[in-house]
Design a protein around this ligand. Structure first.
Ligand code: SF4
Length: 396
């Protein structure tokens, strides 16, 4: 039996069930585990030709009461309405520097909006245009898992000498845990400084949640041996590590990764070198260690942008980071050959959830005084997370 399904404003007929029928997004899954899949209100259709005009009108009506932040990985259709663009740290700082704005509209993902809420005043509302814009990496470290991991370290007698460092790309709960246990937040730009600072406070580092950034920083920037880094797998008993391994390791890497940057491989690097003579390979440190070793340049989003800005005309670049940014950089540098490191399309699907219909819905709702999709971090979690963020801001 076929049945009719209505999704927002689109009605279609689902074919009669077959063994190979595609699963609709969210159908048959645990809705309680999916943060914010409900999007209240009427979203304009994506094909509405007036969307740009509606966003412009709502933005103008809000004036200085709103401040729109756009992460580098956002779509161009959204970036055009951003008052500031940048990486997660730059955007959080910009949010904190706008106390006069009633509304911070964060075009990015959930953990970024959380950090903005922690760093802004209680009377300011941080808005995430689509509440389902999460981050697969951040979701790889839950608070419960990290508490249980800390118990393992405590039982092994090493928790007292271990300092947690969490990447900005983690939930407020993980940042709160880190702050509570004497640690700090870091970004891909200051991971080296954060890790050096941590080794001044203790003997070991627990790096959350991105094993690749942790490994690349420890090995390539601090000169720590690969063998001194072990991976703590939250899905295995005691992290899959023996007592001896826990005692011997200098860096405990959480088993998490970015599903976008984790796709790049050494085969991609070899392939592009074959296809483009003289190409420079430029990658983000969220890429796997072997990819970073095979590349010519490695650095944060900010570093990637500056490297291409400074590159001579006529030079060729294959860039291993999110595709929206690589395409924008290619358009900005028509005198240079800028290509994506992988052949297949690789957008960050959660970043891409923020589209023009969601932005219009948020801006128009705010313009008529209705606060939608607000992200709030409160109480001890916010206090402890602020502690970890402040320690990062105080890094030399
Ligand atoms: S690019 Fe990776 S780390 Fe960034 S939001 Fe997407 S999944 Fe998360």
């Amino acid at each position: 039996m076929a049945r009719r399904i209505t999704l927002i404003n689109v009605t279609f007929t689902e074919p009669a069930s077959t063994p190979l029928a595609l699963l609709l997004l969210g159908q048959g899954s645990d809705s309680a585990s999916e943060r914010g899949v409900d999007c209240p209100g009427e979203l304009p259709p994506a094909s509405d030709p007036t969307l740009v005009a509606r966003a412009s009108a709502a933005r103008a009506a809000l004036g200085d009461r709103a401040f729109v932040l756009g992460h580098h990985y956002q779509r161009d259709e959204v970036i055009q309405f951003a008052d500031v663009t940048g990486d997660s740290f730059t955007l959080a700082r910009n949010a904190a520097a706008r106390p006069q704005a009633d509304y911070i509209v964060f075009c990015g993902v959930h953990f970024m909006a959380e950090s903005a809420d922690i760093l802004t005043g209680p009377e300011q509302a941080v808005i995430l245009p689509d509440l389902a814009a999460g981050c697969s990496m951040a979701d790889m470290a839950t608070h419960q898992q990290v508490v249980e991991a800390w118990d393992v370290l405590t039982d092994a007698g090493i928790a007292d000498v271990t300092v947690p460092i969490t990447y900005m790309n983690s939930s407020a709960a993980i940042k709160g845990f880190t702050g509570e246990h004497g640690g700090a937040v870091c970004t891909s730009s200051n991971a080296e400084r954060a890790m050096r600072w941590a080794f001044e406070q203790g003997e070991k580092v627990l790096f959350l949640p991105d094993q690749h950034l942790g490994r690349n920083t420890a090995v390539l920037q601090l000169g720590i041996g690969l063998d001194d880094c072990v991976v703590f797998d939250p899905h295995r008993r005691d992290g899959g590590l023996t007592r001896q391994q826990l005692h011997d390791a200098k860096v405990l890497l959480w088993r998490g990764h970015c599903s976008v940057h984790g796709r790049f491989s050494v085969e991609n690097v070899a392939d592009v070198r074959r296809r483009v003579p003289g190409v420079n390979i430029l990658v983000h440190p969220e890429c796997r260690h072997e990819v970073v070793l095979a590349a010519d340049y490695v650095g944060s989003t900010d570093y990637i942008i500056k490297t291409l800005d400074a590159a001579p005309a006529g030079s060729s670049w294959a860039v291993g980071t999110e595709l929206n940014l690589v395409r924008r950089l290619a358009n900005m540098h028509p005198d240079k050959q800028v290509t994506f490191l992988e052949k297949t399309v690789c957008y960050c699907s959660t970043m891409n959830r923020i589209d023009l219909p969601h932005l219009v819905h948020s801006l128009e709702s705010l313009a008529r005084g209705e606060v939608v999709n607000r992200i709030v971090v409160e109480g001890r979690v916010a206090d402890n997370a602020r502690l970890a963020l402040d320690r990062m801001l105080a890094l030399p």
